[in-house]
Design a protein around this ligand. Structure first.
Ligand SMILES: *Cc1c(COP(=O)(O)O)cnc(C)c1O
Length: 239
């Protein structure tokens, strides 16, 4: 495919995705600017990243530290989000290359992130990844990337992030379990998010909804949708 054809494809996909988001906001009685699109560019080349930025996408995300580190320095005029599972020894790289982390799920990670952020003189906005496993089918194995902190443990982890130097508590993130009803799962997240906001009014982001379930997420109060396939097309798995 030539660069022009790819750019046209991304432009068309972006138009349809924006229309979907807009329609979902209207249907939910929410203002159209209530939802931010985060383009998840994992497995796609940096040329796509640049093309999306040129088309006006301001928020981009990756789920592997190696890929973030490879792409972010080439595209600095956007906000980078990290949405993947994170080992504590990669905290510094995330702090250097991303402004928002969607997957804070444990205390040891908070400590590593805080140290790295202080050392680097940066502030990292942190979303707590909440497990919605209770909404999945009882017999399903928990899929990779569908972890997170149990809803009952959110207040304690939130207090830790809120009190950590170099970190800013931004809100919650979740992935609807495979086989769940996304309205129910994101409904559960909505309750967790609202409790969190009552304690921490600034923690008002709700990162929920991917290519397959963004409408349900927007009905349930998502402020950020994370879209890969709907924007960039089918992914070829990395080794
Ligand atoms: C890949 C990924 C997405 C995007 O998923 P699509 O189904 O391609 O839209 C969103 N969130 C996370 C955490 C991901 O890893």
């Amino acid at each position: 495919m030539t660069a022009d054809t790819r750019e046209q494809e991304l432009r068309d996909n972006l138009t349809s995705v924006r229309e979907r988001i807009q329609a979902a906001c209207v249907a939910a009685g929410r203002p159209e600017d209530a939802v931010t699109l985060v383009a998840i560019t994992k497995t796609f080349p940096v040329s796509d990243v640049r093309a999306l930025a040129a088309l006006g996408v301001r928020d981009l995300g990756e789920n592997r530290e190696q890929e973030l580190k490879a792409k972010a320095p080439d595209c600095q005029d956007v906000t980078w989000h990290f949405v993947g599972q994170l080992q504590s020894n990669k905290a510094r790289s995330i702090v250097r290359n991303a402004s928002v982390l969607h997957s804070v799920d444990r205390s040891s990670l908070v400590k590593a992130l805080s140290r790295a952020a202080v050392d680097e003189g940066r502030v990292l906005r942190c979303l707590l990844q909440v497990s919605l496993a209770e909404y999945g089918p009882a017999d399903a194995a928990t899929g990779v990337g569908r972890g997170g902190v149990a809803p009952a443990d959110v207040p304690e982890l939130a207090a830790e992030v809120a009190g950590a130097d170099g970190l800013e508590l931004g809100g919650v993130m979740a992935v609807a379990p495979l086989g769940s009803d996304p309205d129910e799962a994101f409904g559960g997240l909505e309750v967790v998010a609202s409790r969190l906001r009552s304690e921490h009014p600034g923690a008002n982001w709700v990162s929920a909804g991917m290519s397959g379930d963004l409408e349900a997420a927007i009905r349930r109060g998502a402020t950020h949708v994370r879209l890969g396939r709907a924007l960039l097309g089918t992914r070829t798995p990395l080794g």
